[in-house]
Design a protein around this ligand. Structure first.
Ligand code: FAD
Length: 303
């Protein structure tokens, strides 16, 4: 309930406008977000990406945004992503661009999202960059999977995220096109028990089952979690040795865990975000892990 309330408050444009206009609150929240978000501008993301890349990490970049309901804003977001792809393409980093389909049109019309995706995929093809579709709340899963399937038939470098918490995901993993790019996550959205598992040992078992299936089917897998028991199990099962497997963590969350894996020679990708919608991203991270609220307040008061 807390997670849902926080996200719906964050999405309200009147609340956002109030926060943005508040000369005291806005900079304080911005400081709290700095742990998770590289900055407002593409250059902020690229600078951190270059630093991480020089340390041997792969990177993902996201221009933050979701649920955009204005077609011109969707197209503007897609143009920003094209610029990002262009910059990454000339940087020689092992990079990918991640995004929500609802940022580039899904809330208006599936075809708008598909068309923007195809434009991005064509640019990414030329630049040698992978694209990754994030998974949103369960009401959108069918549409997102259908758009991915259409795009991946033409562009094999368009990846998809599966949420292990959804009961349907084992079946969705089975149906992925051959040679897919897939990211497995637990799931960040609050869903009813009828369609999803809460954080639990059962969820971790399902996370491993889905990954095992993807590895066996020859897909390239990003194992996206900060759960150390899952990471240990992946190493014990020798999945990274396949060369088609990597760990992926969010910037600002358990950096020592990522560094430890990296030092041991494990393939690690760090997921970075930038953009003026950092406020929404901060709320997602707090909703997913409420102790972050305490850390955010500490950061705001200068701790
Ligand atoms: P958890 O059991 O939630 O956490 C394990 C431990 O990690 C916690 O005990 C805590 O120590 C630490 N931790 C976890 N989250 C946080 C946090 N926010 N702040 C501080 N510490 C934390 N979800 C989607 O629904 N759709 C997506 O497309 C999506 N893409 C993602 C891409 C990447 C690369 C990653 C890493 C995650 C993504 N997520 C996505 C989020 C994911 O679903 C989980 O909500 C998130 O990864 C936390 O779950 P966990 O697997 O780390 O395990």
């Amino acid at each position: 309930a807390f997670a849902d309330a926080l996200k719906s408050i964050a999405r309200r444009s009147d609340v956002k406008a109030c926060v943005e206009a508040d000369p005291v609150l806005y900079p304080l929240l911005r400081r709290a977000a700095a742990r998770f978000v590289t900055g407002d501008a593409r250059q902020d993301g690229l600078t951190i990406a270059r630093n991480l890349s020089s340390l041997g990490y792969r990177v993902s970049l996201e221009y933050i945004g979701e649920n955009t309901t204005d077609a011109e804003e969707c197209n503007a977001a897609a143009r920003e992503m094209e610029e990002l792809i262009g910059d990454l393409g000339s940087s020689r980093m092992l990079a990918r661009v991640s995004f929500d389909l609802s940022h580039i049109g899904l809330r208006i019309d599936d075809e708008l999202a598909y068309e923007n995706l195809m434009k991005l995929a064509a640019t990414a093809d030329k630049s040698g960059i992978e694209l990754f579709i994030s998974m949103e709340e369960s009401a959108k899963t069918d549409e997102i999977l259908a758009i991915h399937e259409r795009a991946a038939r033409i562009h094999s470098h368009v990846g998809i995220t599966l949420q292990a918490h959804l009961h349907r995901s084992e079946e969705d993993a089975r149906k992925l096109p051959a040679n897919s790019l897939v990211r497995v996550v637990k799931g960040a959205y609050k869903e009813p028990d009828t369609i999803a598992l809460p954080r639990s040992g059962k969820l971790n078992e399902r996370f491993l089952t889905i990954t095992e299936q993807c590895v066996r089917n020859g897909h390239r897998v990003s194992f996206a979690t900060h759960d150390e028991s899952l990471i240990e199990e992946a190493i014990a099962r020798k999945w990274p040795a396949s060369g088609r497997f990597e760990f992926e963590t969010l910037y600002g969350i358990k950096p020592d865990l990522s560094a430890g894996l990296q030092e041991k020679g494990q393939p690690v990708r760090i997921y970075l975000t930038y953009g003026r919608e950092w406020y929404l991203y901060l709320c997602h991270r707090i909703a997913e892990f409420p102790p972050n609220l305490y850390r955010a307040v500490t950061a705001m008061i200068g701790g």
